[in-house]
Design a protein around this ligand. Structure first.
Ligand SMILES: *[C@@H]1O[C@H](CO)[C@@H](O)[C@H](O)[C@H]1NC(C)=O
Ligand SMILES: *[C@@H]1O[C@H](CO)[C@@H](O)[C@H](O)[C@H]1NC(C)=O
Ligand SMILES: *[C@@H]1O[C@H](CO)[C@@H](O)[C@H](O)[C@H]1NC(C)=O
Ligand SMILES: *[C@@H]1O[C@H](CO)[C@@H](O)[C@H](O)[C@H]1NC(C)=O
Ligand SMILES: *[C@@H]1O[C@H](CO)[C@@H](O)[C@H](O)[C@H]1NC(C)=O
Ligand SMILES: *[C@@H]1O[C@H](CO)[C@@H](O)[C@H](O)[C@H]1NC(C)=O
Ligand SMILES: *[C@@H]1O[C@H](CO)[C@@H](O)[C@H](O)[C@H]1NC(C)=O
Ligand SMILES: *[C@@H]1O[C@H](CO)[C@@H](O)[C@H](O)[C@H]1NC(C)=O
Ligand SMILES: *[C@@H]1O[C@H](CO)[C@@H](O)[C@H](O)[C@H]1NC(C)=O
Ligand SMILES: *[C@@H]1O[C@H](CO)[C@@H](O)[C@H](O)[C@H]1NC(C)=O
Length: 806
């Protein structure tokens, strides 16, 4: 019996030292036709040593598929297939087929879970779970055609690499929690510049939000972990930087030690060692000791602090004064302001007791890593006063007469006794029952102190409602961002085997497109750039829209290709995907995915039954997210220049997707101006920002203006200019909206029983900010989304320049 562990070690050492590329015999091979199913009892394929296993493991109320490290006291999941898919039920089956691993669920859905872009033609003939934790598929000549090591999720194992390429730097994405292995809140990226960096995963600007980095540099760098616990980054020049080195101490002679480096769900990445014979494990190294240094560990408007609970230090999240948890049991969702912001400024104007209701509450030893909108040099009292009088000021960070002023939300806060900065929060206590009773104002932040129980009930209900909204939006944006950061993986997994199209643009010949569109028979639209035809790619059974570019600059094929490639690289749920291109002589055709439900304009202005209130809100968010991606998230920042409801299209699930982006630069120099000016006056009037007419430079803020107009149109479900209205003042929508807003008559704008007044007011305020004449007053798309979600307070918008009919 004693020889068993030794046998393990020998086979382990032998197996891990085999180069995967070499043709080799693998023991325990799994042949095509083999099946796994949780209900049939055989739910795992084990490695020869038994330390690793591939197959179904319990997740939520079902099962997920992945690689687990079989250890005590509990198994550790080191890899998960399609981690963001919902768990499958126990009657799902996994079969090794020639096309790869085929998952068949009870409802008959089929999905290949091992897809390798480079090896489309290679067919799998066997598979093996190796002792190092790599699950591989082999073709008939024993070449590895797919391996789990190439698609790390949150962990790398001994012998595995994280490489950097400029297109898609390899990354580890933490799991949601120890028991839920779908994508979580933190990233570890081996960047193209050679640096290894940790970020929160739903970020918008990279550099500012990094909370840990190794400081390495150089091209083609990779993060490696070898089988004896040596963790390092090496760049092309062969220089290594050691991150950690296990001393490899063996408690016993027959011990086998396995290493793994996960990005843990708390945002810290760690090197663990597992002693497989003595069943112990330990942390060899961790990237941070202080949990509070992990940005995004706590949500918006909350800070992280170490507290001592039964003599151990635990990091926890707390709300700032005047804020409450959106969901007290999931603190990282963040906090919301417990009073409604614009009250402050209104009270300032017409309430004699105004100022006493505004309290400036200090919080010592606090700082946050966010940028202030204003910094002034003032003494403490003057600084507090300044904040009290500024409607946008909600918090101040103060140190040595430097007064830094912030709006909400506040991100990445820390509180610790080493911090010498003090912060101040503006807290408004509301005096609802008796407006003239000033003594209430001394009360602190919490409304709960109010006497009047009925008001409390009403307030609690409405606050609960706001909280619900915030929660839902936070959840949605969480899911949404998560989804985005995994689009690459998703694309890999979701597309069928002919998936090259999703990565590089396909070139079509004119003949092919002529055939696909049946000689350009069915014209489905005509826009600024030319006519659009419907077609079908017969061999892939895919419906497409072919756009013939007519008014574009005659530039070199190469420049044109470069522009088009940029467009092709954008992948976003709210953008119409460019699939391919055809360039033959001066003929230029673009092939897009087909949007079966037509344009938003038709749906809003021509449909028999207009969209419901909920649908309208969803459209606004869809469009906002699409533009946000174009402006701030895709590699090359794209200004759309021509956003109108005509070029927002609806797919078969009624998701709004923006089209025609990236094309503005292809137009002849004056074309855009013309369409902004005279040319398309009839349909596009009002969407163009005033700077087009003024010959002022065009920035992303021009799109914000168009977005504002489109937002108001969606919400009110009518065109910006409409003549068949009951009164003269309703003709121009933006003027009418402002009038209603000023008079507090927002209900005149929307006829729908379901409308939710808070959302309506937010939408209208955001819309009015977006259509300000002065581009610098218009908010960025990021802030637009934060304001729409209700995460960021919205100041009262000034009047936009009133439009007059030409
Ligand atoms: C197996 O894959 C290798 C590398 O991709 C290829 O050269 C070889 O021809 C394949 N063998 C078979 C039988 O398909
Ligand atoms: C890791 O990357 C290095 C350099 O690219 C390579 O030599 C090595 O074979 C890779 N190891 C694995 C397991 O892919
Ligand atoms: C590679 O890394 C080493 C040390 O980390 C550094 O000195 C060297 O300049 C890097 N090489 C390149 C090409 O950046
Ligand atoms: C891992 O790296 C360390 C340090 O370079 C080296 O001593 C050790 O032999 C390596 N182990 C293996 C299995 O390559
Ligand atoms: C470790 O766990 C295995 C499996 O349960 C068990 O057989 C073995 O005795 C354990 N070893 C020790 C040292 O507890
Ligand atoms: C090796 O490291 C472990 C912790 O990782 C430590 O407990 C042990 O004392 C170290 N042994 C030696 C010889 O340094
Ligand atoms: C808790 O943290 C404090 C300060 O960071 C430190 O002095 C103390 O030793 C820690 N206590 C424990 C139990 O880790
Ligand atoms: C504030 O003043 C203290 C000493 O008076 C000094 O140590 C600290 O660096 C100053 N901080 C700033 C931000 O100037
Ligand atoms: C104002 O409120 C206080 C309690 O906070 C109460 O004692 C007092 O009678 C009130 N004054 C008036 C004029 O209502
Ligand atoms: C990041 O996620 C949190 C919820 O965890 C959400 O409140 C916040 O708005 C997100 N940030 C961005 C920029 O989307």
């Amino acid at each position: 019996m004693a020889s068993a562990p030794i046998l393990f070690i020998i086979s382990f050492v032998l197996l891990v030292s085999i180069d995967l590329r070499a043709q080799a015999e693998y023991s325990n091979t799994i042949t095509t036709g083999s099946l796994l199913s949780p209900s049939a009892g055989n739910h795992l394929w084990c490695s020869p040593s038994g330390f690793f296993a591939f197959g179904f493991y319990p997740q939520g109320d079902g099962f997920a598929i992945g690689v687990i490290l079989v250890t005590r006291p509990e198994n550790v999941v080191v890899w998960t297939a399609n981690r963001d898919d919902p768990p499958v039920s126990s009657d799902a089956k996994l079969e090794l087929t020639k096309a790869g691993l085929l998952l068949v669920t009870m409802r008959g859905e089929k999905k290949i879970i091992s897809i390798n872009t480079d090896e489309i033609s290679s067919q799998a003939s066997s598979a093996a779970m190796l002792d190092g934790g790599n699950f591989i598929l082999l073709n008939e000549s024993s070449h590895v055609v797919w391996q789990s090591f190439d698609y790390p999720t949150d962990t790398i194992l001994g012998g595995q690499n994280l490489t950097s390429t400029s297109d898609y730097p390899d990354r580890l994405v933490s799991s949601k929690s120890r028991s839920d292995h779908s994508s979580g809140r933190f990233l570890l990226i081996m960047q193209g510049d050679g640096n290894l960096v940790s970020y929160p995963s739903n970020i918008t600007t990279m550099a500012e939000t990094a909370y840990w980095s190794l400081g390495t540099f150089g091209n083609d760098a990779w993060l490696g972990l070898n089988q004896t616990g040596y963790l390092f980054v090496q760049n092309r020049s062969g220089m290594r930087k050691q991150i950690a080195l296990s001393n490899g101490s063996y408690p016993g002679k027959n011990e086998v030690i396995l290493y793994r480096v996960p990005m843990d769900d708390d945002g810290i990445f760690r090197l663990y060692s597992h002693h497989m014979v003595s069943n112990t494990s330990s942390i060899v190294w961790e990237s941070l000791q202080n949990q509070c240094e992990v940005k995004g560990f706590c949500g918006l408007n909350s800070y992280c602090q170490e507290v001592i609970i039964s003599s151990s230090n635990i990091s926890d999240c707390f709300c700032y004064p005047g804020f409450s948890f959106i969901n007290p049991s999931i603190k990282f969702f963040g906090c919301y302001q417990t009073f409604i912001d614009e009250d402050t400024c209104k009270y300032n104007e017409d309430d004699p007791n105004k100022k006493s209701r505004i309290n400036i509450t200090p919080l010592e030893n606090t700082l946050w890593y966010d940028s202030p909108y204003k910094v002034v040099n003032k003494e403490e009292e003057a600084c507090k006063m300044l904040c009290k009088e500024d409607c946008n000021c909600w918090a101040v960070m103060y140190e040595n007469s430097s007064c830094q002023i912030y709006n909400v939300p506040i991100r990445y806060g820390i509180r610790s006794y080493h911090i010498s900065k003090t912060s101040f929060f503006k807290v408004v206590s509301k005096n609802i029952g008796n407006k003239n009773n000033a003594s209430h104002s001394i009360l602190d932040d919490n409304l709960i102190v109010e006497r009047n129980k009925k008001t409390i009930l009403v307030l609690a209900l409405s606050l609960g409602f706001i909280a619900c909204l915030c929660f839902v939006f936070a959840l949605l944006s969480f899911i949404f961002y998560k989804h985005r950061y995994h689009r690459y993986k998703k694309l890999l997994e979701n597309s069928n085997l002919g998936l090259a199209e999703d990565f590089s643009l396909q070139s079509f010949s004119y003949k092919e497109l002529e055939r696909a569109t049946d000689d350009f028979k069915e014209e489905i639209g005509r826009g600024t750039f030319g006519a659009v035809y419907k077609g079908v790619l017969a061999e892939r059974n895919r419906t497409i829209a072919v756009k013939r570019l007519e008014k574009v600059v005659e530039e070199g094929v190469r420049e044109f290709r470069a522009e088009i490639t940029t467009i092709g690289r954008t992948h976003h749920r709210n953008l119409v995907q460019l699939l391919g291109v055809c360039i033959e002589g001066s003929t230029k055709l673009l092939v897009y995915e087909f949007m079966s439900n037509g344009s938003l304009a038709d749906h809003l202005f021509k449909a028999v039954s207009p969209p419901t209130w909920r649908e309208r809100v969803r459209f606004v968010f869809d469009v906002a997210r699409g533009i946000f991606y174009l402006h701030e998230e895709c590699g090359v920042h794209i200004i759309h220049c021509n956003l109108t409801p005509q070029n927002i299209l609806l797919d078969d699930t009624w998701t709004a997707k923006i089209s025609d982006f990236g094309l503005a630069r292809l137009l002849m120099p004056n074309q855009m101006k013309t369409s902004a000016g005279v040319h398309e006056r009839s349909t596009s009037i009002g969407y163009f920002a005033p700077e087009w007419q003024k010959n002022a430079p065009i920035s992303v803020k021009a799109d914000i203006y168009s977005f504002g107009v489109v937002l108001l149109e969606i919400i009110c479900c009518r065109r910006n200019i409409q003549l068949n209205v009951s009164t003269q003042e309703e003709i121009i929508l933006s003027n009418w909206v402002y009038t209603c807003f000023k008079n507090g008559d927002l209900d005149k704008l929307v006829e729908d029983d379901e409308i939710d007044f808070f959302t309506l007011e937010r939408m209208i305020k955001v819309g009015l900010w977006c259509i300000q004449d002065n581009p610098s007053l218009r908010p960025s798309m990021k802030n637009v989304i934060l304001m729409l979600e209700g995460t960021m307070g919205i100041p009262v918008p000034p009047s936009p320049e009133l439009l007059v009919l030409p």
